[in-house]
Design a protein around this ligand. Structure first.
Ligand code: 1GP
Length: 251
């Protein structure tokens, strides 16, 4: 199994460079709007395309990934909300364990079931400690996972959870306030977590303007993920990408 994408993420982190990932929910796109989105992502120098959703009720994940691979050189990373969201046409898959929750199914149970076909897919697998942070309103991810999120003002819980994830051997920590969160994760929490771990930190959920994306990068997020806001206004892609890429290097 190659680890090209992960190595890129790590070397960007080492160089102090921030990356911008656009989240594409296969349920909320069609061929034409995806085509437009991909053009904008290329122009804006988006670093990664994350594909997935908490539910994915349509069955065109494969078609969406194939279209992206045909039209865009940007790496495609699957961000599966359920174990069935695997497409061998992508470049990598975030193998998520919901370490902020106490639901054994999402910590390890579903992984046991999906392990053989995840391995068979030949995808680059990136073991990811997934932490849901309270974003002010119940989100699909907290409902589906049947697990309480970490309170937004409990930085020390987030720090200890991320540290545990790293020491258990996870390669990435993804802190998520959930898609469309009312309150994105505070810079304070991002800063605390980022200072406590050595592995790359992904942050997303409710980020809807370039300022917040910039501040998240400055606070220590290595990859900033935006989905919902871009679905509503594609012109944000360029502004947010510029903001993320303009975060000064800090070692
Ligand atoms: C959700 O982190 C992602 O899992 C992105 O959230 O859709 O709110 O940008 P948004």
């Amino acid at each position: 199994m190659n680890d090209l994408i992960y190595q890129t993420i790590v070397s960007q982190k080492k160089a102090g460079k921030k990356s911008f990932a656009v989240l594409i929910d296969p349920d909320k796109t069609d061929e034409e709007s995806l085509s437009r989105l991909l053009q904008l992502c290329s122009l804006a120098k988006v670093d990664y395309l994350l594909v997935g959703g908490s539910l994915v009720v349509s069955n065109h994940l494969d078609a969406v990934v194939k279209q992206i691979k045909k039209q865009s050189p940007i790496p495609v990373i699957l961000f599966p909300g359920t174990p069935s969201q695997v497409s061998r046409h992508a470049d990598a898959l975030l193998y998520l364990s919901l370490i902020s929750g106490r639901n054994p199914e999402l910590l390890i149970g579903q992984h046991v079931i999906s392990a053989p076909f995840v391995r068979q897919s030949g995808l680059e697998i990136i073991s990811t400690g997934y932490m849901v942070i309270d974003g002010g309103a119940p989100t699909t991810v907290s409902y589906i996972s049947n697990a309480s999120p970490i309170p937004g003002n409990k930085g020390e819980i987030a720090i200890c959870t991320a540290m545990a994830g790293e020491m258990l051997g996870m390669k990435l920590i993804y802190m998520d306030a959930g898609s469309g969160a009312e309150k994105p994760i505070s810079e304070d929490m991002i800063n605390g977590v980022s200072n406590a771990i050595h592995i790359p930190l992904v942050v997303g959920g409710g980020i809807c303007d370039p300022e917040k994306a910039y501040l998240n990068g400055k606070a220590g997020a290595d990859i900033i993920v935006v989905g919902n806001a871009i679905e509503k206004d594609q012109s944000l892609i360029m502004e947010i990408s510029d903001a993320v890429h303009s975060v000064p290097v800090r070692f």
